[in-house]
Design a protein around this ligand. Structure first.
Ligand code: TMP
Length: 239
């Protein structure tokens, strides 16, 4: 693709975003930096940026194949990818298949309990407020998204869940829960953005329930890099 990387326009906890010579595209660059608890815990997961970049792109291609529109355009290098320039809807869109993490804490449910149906919840993306949970009527009342956009986001989230659950089951992994973000194209279309990686999903080995995701970092469980490599190895068929 014939575009040039220009100035950095955003730096998040795990990625940087750059403008390019074509306003329709950005370049994202994945870092090895890891944070948890809204940045209170900081560290490095060596090689994470490369794995999250490549894994997200494999997931986006798979989802595109199932008719889900994503921001993915082209992988440029180990850590850099060209994406469509979208305005991110400031919501963390979370789907859960099995109780874990903040859901287990909030409702006093043991981690690992199968839910009778997938759940969908939203958090407002606002670090200063600690990403508070937000409901549909609040989202609409505050103008974070319209009713029509929310409907598209729900459809997107459940569609991604169906596709990811099936994919991960085929490589011996249970998809416990995940977070996605949605973006608006200039014409208002909602597409899938951000990343799909062990930073943003919970993956448990289907047989042993071993955690193969960022919980190993959040909870100081050790073998963090190994977990990222294990998931990536299964995805790319090297294991
Ligand atoms: P939670 O149980 O801590 O609410 O996390 C639910 C899912 O969302 C889990 O797969 C991890 C992911 N997640 C993020 O991607 N970013 C975040 O800032 C948080 C808190 C969770």
């Amino acid at each position: 693709m014939n575009i040039t990387k220009l100035n950095q326009i955003y730096e998040g906890k795990a990625k940087k975003v750059y403008a390019t010579s074509d306003p329709a595209y950005y370049i994202v660059e994945y870092k090895d930096d890891a944070t948890a608890f809204n940045g209170l815990k900081k560290g490095t997961i060596t090689g994470k940026g490369v794995i999250n970049n490549k894994m997200s792109n494999i997931m986006f291609r798979m989802l595109e194949g199932k008719g889900i529109k994503t921001h993915f355009v082209e992988e440029l290098s180990d850590r850099e990818t060209v994406v469509r320039a979208v305005k991110i809807v400031p919501l963390e869109i979370i789907i859960r298949n099995v109780a874990a993490g903040s859901f287990s804490k909030r409702y006093g449910v043991e981690e690992g309990r199968e839910l009778k149906c997938p759940t969908l919840e939203f958090s407002l993306k606002d670090d200063a407020l600690n990403d508070p949970l937000i409901n549909d009527s609040h989202i609409i009342a505050l103008g974070v998204a319209t009713e029509k956009e929310l409907e598209q986001i729900r459809k997107l989230a459940y569609g991604v869940n169906d596709a990811l659950k099936e994919f991960f089951a085929s490589i011996g992994v249970k998809l416990i829960d995940f977070k996605i973000e949605a973006g608006r194209l200039p014409d208002g279309t909602i597409i899938l953005a951000d990343e799909i990686s062990p930073d943003t999903c919970r993956f448990w080995d289907a047989k042993t329930n071993e955690k193969l995701d960022k919980d190993r970092f959040r909870r100081d469980m050790g073998r963090v890099e190994e977990a990222y490599h294990e998931i990536f190895g299964r995805i790319t068929g090297k294991k």
